[in-house]
Design a binder for this molecule. Structure first.
Ligand code: BGC
Length: 412
């Protein structure tokens, strides 16, 4: 059987995010929203996977599988619990996590912001207020000063375009509805403010403009403070496909959802591609899933070839090296996961063969975890977690992908 080999130094990782696995992120905006009446969240995040305490064993397990990198996020709500008040203890916690990665020869890929912000930030209007971009840049500066010498790769923001993408897919209400949602008023009341803008449940048009500025400011702040590592932005990238004369609609959506963000990455060191599926457009707008195509637990199509298309698009648009910072599937059936990843990796390999620079691949997610408004139902993990005992159980896909990582090759 032929082997598809990957370049030397290719990063093989698993990914997670603080709020989804650490547990008890009580100072975050998301925690507030999880606990208000009519919450958009199916259930509260609670202890999650207790990764905040269990990271030493978890990181050891990731390394033992054969991976050479781990993508995780540091939590702003812990590092800056009140505006301008930075927690040395929280920063030291993340320093220990980074050191643990190095002890196990894992390159740490650090995301500074993965959706959640401190509750005080949401109470100040969060991402809807342009001036707040500076607060994010200041946090990035402080975090880099404390942690920068141990960071392997840095991602400023995780998917600042995801709200726009899922609005276009019809999975999230339009801005007017988001602005007046009763849960938002309830959250504002809970924190004693007249507003509460938590991402992604906030006005996406306003958030977009703040994010664009915040990314550039954060990039500069990180580079100015021991940021000797590569720094980039990660985007939610769908394979946008036009059918039945839908080219104009497709191009408009792609411009609003992807291109405006790709335009602010030109000076970056890489572009982080995060892909799960495709979106189809006809002349009247977004089309539903095609009949006969399997749908995942998230309600979108099983379409692993989307990764190849998005790597090609991101690379040709920006000219930057690509790092696949997320790719994966929510399914109860681990054999579907295996097929999904195998096909996605074939696509990534075809890109490499065409000379596109792809630096690595991170599977989302390391654990079955808190899938935001869906709660714990979707199963994206390579590792299952019994949340009553916090016992971890490897799925066959974990061992399989770990072996691919060890071999730096995929059997054809
Ligand atoms: C996000 C993750 C999320 C995953 C699966 C991405 O949009 O970065 O936090 O869990 O997709 O839905």
């Amino acid at each position: 059987m032929a082997e598809l080999t990957f370049p030397n130094g290719f990063l093989w990782g698993v990914a997670g995010a603080a709020h989804q696995i650490e547990g008890n992120n009580v100072n975050s905006d998301c925690w507030v929203l999880e606990h208000v009446p009519d919450s958009p969240y199916a259930e509260p995040s609670g202890d999650a996977c207790d990764h905040y305490h269990r990271y030493p064993e978890d990181i050891k397990l990731i390394a033992s599988l054969g991976f050479n990198s781990y993508r995780f996020s540091i939590e702003w709500a812990r590092i800056e619990p009140e505006e301008g008040e930075f927690s040395y203890a929280a920063l030291e916690h993340y320093r220990r996590m980074l050191a643990t990665c190095h002890e196990h020869d894992l390159t740490p890929i650090v995301t500074y912001h993965h959706f959640t912000s401190p509750r005080w930030f949401a109470a100040k209007g969060g991402w809807e207020v342009m001036a707040n971009a500076e607060l994010f840049a200041r946090y990035c500066e402080r975090a880099t000063k404390h942690l920068g010498d141990l960071i392997g790769v840095g991602c400023t923001l995780n998917e600042p375009n995801v709200g726009l993408l899922i609005q276009n897919m019809g999975f999230m209400p339009p801005d007017e509805k988001l602005a007046t949602a009763p849960y938002r008023a309830a959250a504002a009341k809970a924190v004693g403010s007249d507003t509460f803008a938590a991402f992604p449940n906030c006005q996406q048009g306003l958030a977009r403009d703040t994010f664009l500025k915040a990314h550039r400011m954060a990039f500069e702040a990180i580079k100015a403070r021991r940021g000797y590592f590569p720094v980039g932005l990660t985007l939610a990238m769908s394979d946008h496909q036009a059918v039945e004369g839908g080219e104009a609609v497709r191009d408009r959506v792609r411009h609003n959802v992807d291109d405006v963000f790709l335009d602010v990455t030109k000076a970056d060191d890489f572009i982080g591609v995060q892909t799960y599926s495709r979106s189809r457009y006809g002349s009247d707008g977004t089309l539903p899933a095609e009949q006969g195509i399997e749908v995942t637990q998230m309600g979108y199509e099983f379409w692993p070839e989307a990764l190849e298309a998005t790597i090609r698009y991101a690379s040709s648009y920006t000219g930057l090296p690509v790092l696949v910072t997320e790719n994966g599937i929510g399914t109860e059936d681990d054999t579907r996961r295996l097929e999904y990843v195998q096909r996605a990796l074939h696509g990534a390999h075809r890109c490499l063969q065409d000379g596109i620079v792809v630096r690595g691949y991170c599977y989302w997610s390391v654990f079955d975890n808190f899938e935001w408004t869906f709660g714990y139902r979707p199963k994206f993990g390579l590792i299952a977690v019994d949340r009553s005992t916090q016992t971890r159980t490897l799925k066959p896909s974990a061992t399989w992908l770990g072996n691919v990582a060890k071999a730096n090759a995929l059997s054809d």
